[in-house]
Design a protein around this ligand. Sequence first.
Ligand code: FE2
Length: 261
Amino acid sequence: MVEKNIKSLLKNGYFIYNVKDKKKLNFLKDDIFKESKKILKGKIKKNFFNEFHNINISNQKLNEYRLKLMKKVNVGEKFSKKGYEIFQEIIQKIFGLDIVAQKNVNLVIQKPNDPSQISVHRDAPPNSDYELVVWVPLVNTFKSKNMYILDKNNTSKLIKKIKKFSNNNKKSEKIMDFYYSFAFNKSKKHKLRFGQALIFWTGLIHCVPENQEKETRWSLNFRFKNTFSPYGTKGFPDYFAVANSSPITKLALEKKGSDFN
Ligand SMILES: [Fe+2]
């Protein structure tokens, strides 16, 4: 399984990972549910996650709720640490033993027919090229209740085309139209179950479509990289915290902080 994942990462720039310890993933989901209950009080309904859009809440209140929730789940880097535990095996295979994890885990709630979150982009730059994103849906995804990913080959094709258009002074609206339509047409629309994660390289273009299904999409984003690889604009220790250290790093740090230096 791990070999297959690595092979796909090298070829496509991403892979779909089946979480082995689903209990830990359930812990995160339960925690979100419990905190939501506290914040939203009597508004919680059956099938909370998928039916979230049926809760009567203004956009402003929704934003306040999301910020409160993110603050709660990120206290003491709780979710970041849990995320590392969940993906430790595959993350160590990719990065080695010296690993940092993004301290704040991002939580995205996408209600049906909300046009505000449509986006086509890649994370690096400004993020590091030496970084991976672990995208974890908290509900089953399908059709537009999903995130689409452009593989390495198509990302490279699209970037080359855009550069060529820019050099030929093509109108910027035309370039943007091409960019969006190429990305949406050529991207892979994988159905992901809760219990699976899309692990992708920051260099890949990905698309967030408008959710036109009748269920709300919930997802978490974790980010990992090797402690000593180059950072993007989000550096250490402001954005990343050490998740694991190799024995040799532990010795070196011990020497640094002691009197046998
Ligand atoms: Fe992104």
